[in-house]
Ligand binder design. Structure first.
Ligand SMILES: Cc1cc2nc3c(=O)[nH]c(=O)nc-3n(C[C@H](O)[C@H](O)[C@H](O)COP(=O)(O)O)c2cc1C
Length: 317
């Protein structure tokens, strides 16, 4: 069987450069990470800060794929050229974000019901950008059949690949993934397809691999944050003897980085609580863990609580 190719999914506000670099100092198994979206820029906001999450980085241990959010072809082209100048050979177009602030403006998944607009966008972008373009999308915004109308259009452009999150936009991140909808899209695609959505563990991965033997590339988001060993175990590696110890080292590394780069304890605390909202379910007594971390009001209280979890907690994943 072919070795699967695994990507860490983009998660805006979570898998930023600080997180990615810390993650890959401690965990293996992923071939690349997609960076969370940056909005397409116009010439007035082409400053380096707009691209700070993807600036060339000696700390990056796995390749990073930048992602751009846009419904404006000229802005996308301008942004992609800047991304290319930073040394990247691939840019991803976000057609999957379901948040109303984005989708209501016909961006992200909000553009999926408008195949003719996607057609016009890709026509301009594919002739204006001298780098590989991939697209990350859902099955639709309101209906899983939207992707079926879109497929002939996507097939007409030289895209590198499609990453399909097997949900529709109105589901946000809940409800079941729609594997039949994914299969229908897959069978129409002329491009390589990456599967994304609810790969929770090795067992779910193996079941998906059996069901979709033509798929060899997989993207994992929330479940990699809950169980950072997921990619290496999918690849056949054993869990380390002391998984909690490895998580502890990663956690302290990330915490130290956030203390250096974030302004003020409140921001650090909020960031670490978000990290724990993903990590806690992998520990025994996760409800209590989440509650006690959530109650910490100072960094000192947070550190004491995290210490207790690492001393007493059992790794469940
Ligand atoms: C908090 C959060 C932020 C996200 N940000 C992005 C993003 O910037 N770009 C994107 O394409 N998808 C984004 N996603 C979607 C994920 O990349 C992924 O498609 C989704 O979580 C399903 O995969 P999973 O079940 O493995 O988590 C985000 C998801 C979450 C939960």
């Amino acid at each position: 069987m072919r070795l699967p190719i695994l990507y860490l999914a983009p998660m805006h506000g979570v898998t930023n450069r600080v997180y990615r670099n810390a993650f890959f100092r401690h965990f293996g198994g992923f071939d690349a990470a997609m960076a969370p979206f940056i909005p397409s820029a116009n010439s007035s906001d082409m400053k380096a800060t707009h691209f700070k999450d993807i600036l060339a980085d000696s700390g990056a241990r796995v390749p990073v794929i930048p992602q751009v959010m846009s419904n404006d072809a000229a802005g996308f082209v301008m942004t992609a050229r800047k991304v290319s100048a930073l040394g990247y050979s691939e840019v991803n177009w976000n057609l999957g974000c379901p948040y109303p602030m984005i989708a209501n403006k016909q961006r992200g998944a909000g553009l999926l019901p408008y195949p003719e607009k996607i057609d016009r966008f890709l026509e301009k972008v594919c002739s204006g950008v001298d780098m590989a373009i991939s697209v990350k999308l859902r099955l639709g915004m309101y209906d899983q059949k939207e992707i079926l109308d879109l497929m002939p259009i996507l097939n007409g452009y030289p895209l590198l690949k499609l990453i399909i999150h097997a949900r529709i936009g109105t589901q946000m991140y809940g409800g079941d993934v729609d594997l039949e909808g994914f299969q229908a899209a897959l069978s129409l695609s002329a491009h390589p397809v990456v599967y994304n959505g609810d790969i929770k563990d090795t067992a779910t991965f193996e079941a998906l691999r059996l069901r979709f033997p033509l798929v060899n590339e997989w993207m994992i988001g929330r479940w990699a944050l809950s169980n950072p060993f997921i990619a290496s175990t999918i690849r056949g590696a054993a869990l380390p003897d002391d998984p909690v110890g490895v998580i502890h080292q990663f956690h302290d590394d990330l915490y130290a980085c956030y203390r250096r780069v974030l302004y003020g304890p409140r921001h650090v605390l909020d960031k670490m609580k978000e990290i724990w909202s993903y990590l806690a379910p992998s520990f025994s007594g996760s409800g209590t863990v989440l509650k006690s971390i959530g109650q910490a009001r100072t960094l000192e209280a947070f550190e004491r609580t995290a210490c207790v979890v690492f001393e007493e907690g059992q790794w469940l994943s």
